[in-house]
Design a protein around this ligand. Sequence first.
Ligand code: NAD
Length: 495
Amino acid sequence: MTQVKLLAVVDAFLQREHGHFINGLSQPGGGALRPVVNPATGQEIARVHDGCAEDVSAAMAAAQQAFRGSWAEMTALGRGKLLLKLADAMEQHREELAQIETLCSGKAITLSRELEVDQAVAFLRYFAGWAGKICGETTEISLPPRGGEKYRGFTLREPLGVVVGIIPWNFSIMIAIWKMAAALVCGCTVVLKPSEFTPLTMLRVAQLAADAGFPPGAINVVNGNGGLLGPMLIEHPFCAKVTFTGSVPTGRSVGNAASALAIPVTLELGGKNPALFLADMTVGEMVDGIIEAGYLNQGQICASAERFYLPAEKMDEVLSGLIQRLARLNVASPLDEACQVGPLANKAHLEKIQKLVARAKEDGDEILYGGYSPERPGYYFLPTVVKVRSENSTLMREETFGPVGSFLAYHDEEKVLQQINNSPFGLAASVWTHNLNKAMRYSERMQAGIVWINMHSLLDPALPFGGVKGSGNGREFGSAFINDYTRLKSVMMRY
Ligand code: NAD
């Protein structure tokens, strides 16, 4: 066991008074103190002041001032250079950020380093590379030149303004960086609202950004109750765009609030992602694939698979191999570098999963492995394998967002494709096979924003990401993000 020793800077940071980051300064605010709980122990590790209307107004005003002033006056390359400097600073503070993240979310320290920090740095650098490349186009005008005059038209890509970014608890740094870096490189400024459960990491990142030279007001963070602050932020007159990642019910209410005011909104919501294994895969390949698709970070990845479709003739052998592998995973403190199963991110989330698994038992689904919390402090729940009775089982329809794989055997590939698409959601899906022809055809037919072939969950900044159907709208990454953070202005001239 290699238990990580907390850095002195992490201890010191936790003991500080926390609240918000507004106009280039850490500002505790005067709201009620909310405890931050380490999900691995159930113990309080810090306290953060809840935001109120004054904090929202101050953050939105600072962001608007920077949008009209310092951020707008900076050249595009200057903005890109600052994003690169922040990437360097985050890399230098990698261990510190990873430890704070692990203490707040229970994510294994290795994942906090590699996914939260390293990936966030990679995304920052990717978005920085767009600086100076976001532009309109010149176009020919066909008006009749009656007196010999000529015409020319062109479009300008204008930044939208102050972007409100609402962040979930599962990737408190990486998802915030997706939104923040995309907005900033387009010339927008941001007010971020982290989850109540993981309010600390972006406070630290915002401070690093200020130290790297970002002008006051370009990046602001307001913490507190989402149900209270969310509507205040969205309805604020300076809000020009909302980008939300989180659950379906909250996303719908965010979407309704923004649409009522004709504010553009990007929604990255939950799902019930399928993984389809075709019969040509070996049992070992299927087991490896299921673990990659469904159990990383205790299944708390929006794109994780929760519905698994296995060929009937291989189902029992695959499940028995899977159970043997899951039983060998190291359930440990997330600060242990050998941790393979850490806690769930918070108590409410644990209770939600416990209820869903209890309902599955009542429904007649078979819990083949796990399904309960091990005897230890914190919010642990063992990786769970459920053989569902039918595609109508609750566990085939409702997102657990946890380490609960639901397995259904199929006999007919055509019918299983229909079952897979018979879902109100469509965030992500995967198909696993050595048959290139089937892989290509099935990936085209699966209704999801992203379909992986022989892999699952991994994202790349060059490839757009976002859902279809009830899993949301809008696309992050690639060049697609530009449409979400800029608007086109047309200019026509006669000469
Ligand atoms: P959540 O919807 O409970 O909270 C998300 C954020 O919304 C939090 O910051 C919260 O404070 C805020 N919020 C709460 N009520 C609000 C309101 N009325 N108005 C505005 N904001 C409000 O989600 P969560 O539990 O933090 O995250 C888990 C969910 O996120 C899962 O459903 C998961 O699938 C989804 N998710 C999706 C993606 C994606 O990219 N599609 C990525 C990660 C997580």
